[in-house]
Design a protein around this ligand. Structure first.
Ligand code: NCD
Length: 327
């Protein structure tokens, strides 16, 4: 990764994405071992700062940092404590006193991770900022898809549902198209942001042409971000857009970032079908986040050290290469 932070998929070109995925694949070998830890970030501190509910993202970032042997501080705060940008800044300044190598931040405010990057010397990883972006989710989605399909080149991916409020959709459109896929977004017109085509996707207001898709990526209805009624009712939404046995074709791969509203955007039978990649997406979360932290802190973008002084993580890297853990 050439940039110091991971704030958006726009920070990465195709080579950068592939580099992270290849690194993640080497960490997947470690995940299969009984002892799942490597010494790459020993002695370095990672702060996870979550101002929004999270199960998968926060647990996998914590596990990723621990498996790299970093010291981890995980802080959960309610969004009400950060209603003003100033208080977030104070928090970052306080935490920066611990000299963290990285700060992982989830916030309900679009652009929060970018602000944090301006207030700290640490590498900043965006773990979801409002409805803006969620780059590590997109990377793990590409990783899980690549494992299933081999390549995304020419693959037709439909992203279905509440695109308007979805940071996952925005990051996925960028990552999937960068990896050579053709992306179509579909959902009720009230939930498709105007001008979304500028990200490189097509828009289909109905599911009539859904059978043409190779991959159906379903989004959660983000009711916590809806200040008004965007659909007449969830029942009505489900009738028109729920992915169920009738709508999902046997050749299609099914994805969802979780958490799923069972019976709303997905029917129970497709969630548990072998076509679903949902569990593999969660599994990919740990190794992909290990790879992101590794690339930012120990890879080419890691902090420069004085000449002749081999940093701890480079020694660790040497032993990892020697042990065949990483390439
Ligand atoms: C997503 C998120 O938080 O944006 N979840 C996740 O990170 N696994 C999607 C969602 O909440 O719907």
């Amino acid at each position: 990764m050439s940039a110091k932070h991971l704030l958006s998929i726009d920070d990465l070109d195709r080579d950068g994405i592939e580099r992270i995925l290849d690194r993640a694949a080497s960490f997947a070998e470690v995940a299969d071992r009984e002892i799942k830890k490597v010494p790459a970030l020993r002695g370095r501190t990672i702060v996870n700062l979550f101002y929004e509910a999270s199960t998968r993202t926060s647990s996998s970032f914590e596990l990723a940092a621990k498996r790299l042997s970093a010291d981890v501080v995980s802080i959960r705060a309610s969004s009400s404590s950060v209603t003003k940008g100033e208080s977030l800044k104070d928090t970052i300044q306080t935490l920066s006193a611990y000299d963290p190598a990285a700060i992982v931040i989830r916030s309900p405010h679009a652009g929060a991770a970018g602000l944090v990057a301006g207030w700290t010397d640490a590498a900043v990883v965006n773990a979801g900022d409002g409805k803006h972006e969620h780059p590590t989710q997109a990377l793990l989605d590409v990783f899980a898809l690549r494992e299933r399909l081999g390549s995304l080149d020419g693959v037709r991916i439909w992203i279905v549902g509440d695109v308007l409020h979805s940071r996952v959709a925005r990051s996925d459109i960028l990552a999937f198209t960068r990896m050579g896929a053709h992306v179509t977004v579909s959902g009720p017109p009230t939930l498709i942001p105007r001008g979304i085509e500028a990200l490189g996707c097509n828009v289909e207001p109905t599911l009539d042409r859904l059978p043409e898709a190779d991959v159906v990526y379903v989004l959660r209805m983000q009711q916590e971000r809806m200040s008004e009624a965007y659909v007449p009712s969830l029942r009505e939404y489900a009738m028109r857009y729920q992915i169920d046995r009738d709508r999902l074709q046997p050749h299609q791969v099914l994805m969802h970032p979780g958490p799923v509203n069972r019976g709303v955007e997905l029917s129970a039978d497709v969630i548990d079908s072998p076509q679903a990649l949902i569990v593999q997406q969660v599994e990919a979360g740990v190794v992909v986040r290990m790879a992101v932290l590794y690339e930012l802190l120990a890879g080419a973008a890691g902090k420069p050290r004085p000449e002749g002084q081999l940093p701890e993580h480079e020694r660790a890297r040497g032993s990892l290469v020697g042990a065949g853990v990483i390439r």
